[in-house]
Design a protein around this ligand. Structure first.
Ligand code: BES
Ligand code: MN
Ligand code: ZN
Length: 507
């Protein structure tokens, strides 16, 4: 897909389709007005007939509109002009892509980034931001995962949808084209990371193994020029990562511990460390999961995928910040040698862990990674994990669960979530919950019972994150979609990118 930035007249666009917005109560955007004038009131007459009411998520495709150079004009509903916020704006862009998908248009000119868009902090979105969001949403909505389907033969291919190939994003005339261009790079960079995170999540677990993830990280480091190390089982044994090793014990696939170094900040700047849960398949182990929808446990490496995706994005952006990525990755399988409920593991920190449920494995691989993170003297550590079903019950599929031992860090992440429309919700992690993890036989148990399951999981991790500012994102409800639209979402790459960009701008 090729993007360009323009400021031109909508009625003079020589292309397959011109996209313009219409508000509720028959109010035309400037671009719709220009078309209406060129077409001697054609748009107004259509609205009067009641065929387009300007509601958000609605659209109407028009053909051969008089006085215009393009083959089609797509009217997109913008909703009420008074509450046209960044969220509405993204919805209108998404509705445009959806409407275009059932047309033959491949070369389009879109006139929505010239609209004025309100944002949460009251000031209007900058052109850079509007262009970035537009590219991001168009690429997100056009994403397809068909690389492992049998290729259609050529005759069918011709008949099939070609999809969008060329998009010119039009901005208001008085704009600095160079800043708009920066927005395009922002949006495209983010989309690349989001798309990688989706791909890794969607790949089947017999392809996307720990070894595969390690290879992807190494290849990415080589192509962008950042350092990547992969620790093998013997190195993990030497480090004393008994908790991580306890999880991988029942699997034939070798575990990997991936370390990525994006060191583009000042030499003495303390790094941000991102830690991603990389369980490439979670059967539950000996505490075996029920069979229904177990296939979805291939998504249990989406925390890892979000770290890899974010590294791709910040590498594309050449972001001036020091960031370390840590990915403990293995499978959780039942086997004659697998860890049993009742087994006690010794973590790298020295704390012993009674495994009461082998299905609470995410925290067992993360805790050793959190201990490993200490050596980087981090300014902050953020772990990302599809950690608990309880988080899905608490927050559904809209917000990721956010837990932290530092309120300022929590605020930063919440803010990044709002700004990137990839929201998180701050959950409590009071000391009152900690005794639920008491064990009669070890320093700590790996589960705390059904009540407050996402909180006790976070409490478990907090025991290993005492030496730095730390936050935990439980993405069990946000990393993928189930049902007919089953697939990875690429979340929370937008949130993490926004967080890191804001940090880079502060220093
Ligand atoms: N990967 C799962 C969490 C999960 C479950 C994410 C369903 C998304 C949908 C995790 O490893 C797990 O199994 N957690 C257990 C913890 C329990 C045993 C304390 C859970 O949530 O049931
Ligand atoms: Mn599990
Ligand atoms: Zn899991």
């Amino acid at each position: 897909m090729e993007f360009s930035i323009k400021n031109s007249n909508p009625e003079k666009q020589l292309c397959d389709c011109v996209i313009v917005g219409v508000y509720e109560s028959s109010r035309l955007s400037a671009a719709a007005l220009a078309i209406d004038e060129a077409a001697a009131g054609y748009i107004t007459s259509i609205i009067k007939r009641g065929d387009m009411d300007g509601k958000l998520d609605s659209s109407l495709m028009l053909h051969n509109v008089p006085g215009t150079a393009s083959e089609r004009v797509l009217l997109v509903g913008l909703g009420k002009a008074s509450d046209f916020t960044d969220k509405q704006y993204c919805k209108a862009v998404r509705a445009s892509v959806k409407a275009l998908a059932s047309s033959g248009a491949t070369d389009v000119a879109i006139f929505l980034a010239d609209l004025s868009v309100a944002s949460l902090n009251a000031s209007n979105l900058s052109t850079r931001r509007k262009v970035a969001l537009m590219a991001e949403v168009i690429l997100d909505a056009s994403y397809k995962f068909d690389s492992i389907k049998k290729k259609p033969d050529d005759s069918k291919k011709e008949a099939a949808q070609k999809g969008l190939t060329t998009i010119s994003i039009n901005v208001a005339v008085d704009n600095d084209m160079q800043t708009a261009q920066l927005g395009l790079v922002d949006g495209q960079s983010l989309a690349k990371g989001v798309s990688l995170a989706k791909d890794l999540g969607n790949l089947p677990p017999n392809v996307c193994t720990p070894t595969y993830l390690a290879e992807q990280a190494l290849a990415m480091g080589a192509s962008y020029g950042f350092a990547v190390e992969v620790l093998e089982r013997d190195a993990l044994e030497k480090l004393g990562m008994g908790s991580f090793l306890g999880v991988t014990q029942g699997s034939e696939e070798p575990p990997k511990f991936i370390i990525m170094h994006h060191m583009k900040g000042q030499k003495d700047q303390k790094p941000v460390v991102l830690v991603g849960k990389g369980i490439t398949f979670d059967t539950g182990g000996i505490s075996l999961k029920p069979g229904s929808e177990m296939d979805e446990m291939k998504y249990d490496m989406c925390g890892a995928a979000s770290v890899l995706g974010t590294f791709k994005t910040i590498a594309e952006m050449n972001l001036a910040l020091n960031v370390i990525g840590l990915i403990p990755t293995c499978e959780n399988m039942p086997d004659g040698r697998a860890t049993r409920p009742g087994d006690v593991l010794t973590s790298m920190s020295g704390l012993t862990i009674e495994v009461l449920n082998t299905d609470a494995e995410g925290r067992l691989i993360l805790c050793d990674a959190l201990t490993y993170a200490e050596r980087f003297e981090p300014s902050a550590v953020v772990d990302i994990a599809t950690l608990t079903g309880a988080c899905v019950i608490a927050l559904g599929h809209h917000a990721s669960g956010l837990f932290s031992n530092n309120d300022d860090l929590a605020k930063e992440l919440l803010q990044a979530g709002e700004a990137s429309l990839d929201r998180a919700w701050h959950m409590p992690m009071w000391d009152d919950y900690q005794p639920l993890l008491d064990s009669n036989f070890a320093d700590i148990a790996n589960i705390g019972g059904r009540a407050g399951g996402s909180i006790t999981a976070a409490c478990f991790l907090s025991r290993f994150a005492k030496k730095y500012e730390w936050a935990h994102l439980d993405i069990a409800g946000t990393a993928w979609k189930s049902g007919k639209e089953k697939g990875g979402t690429g979340r929370p790459v937008p949130l993490l990118t926004e967080f890191l960009v804001a940090r880079a701008n502060k220093t």
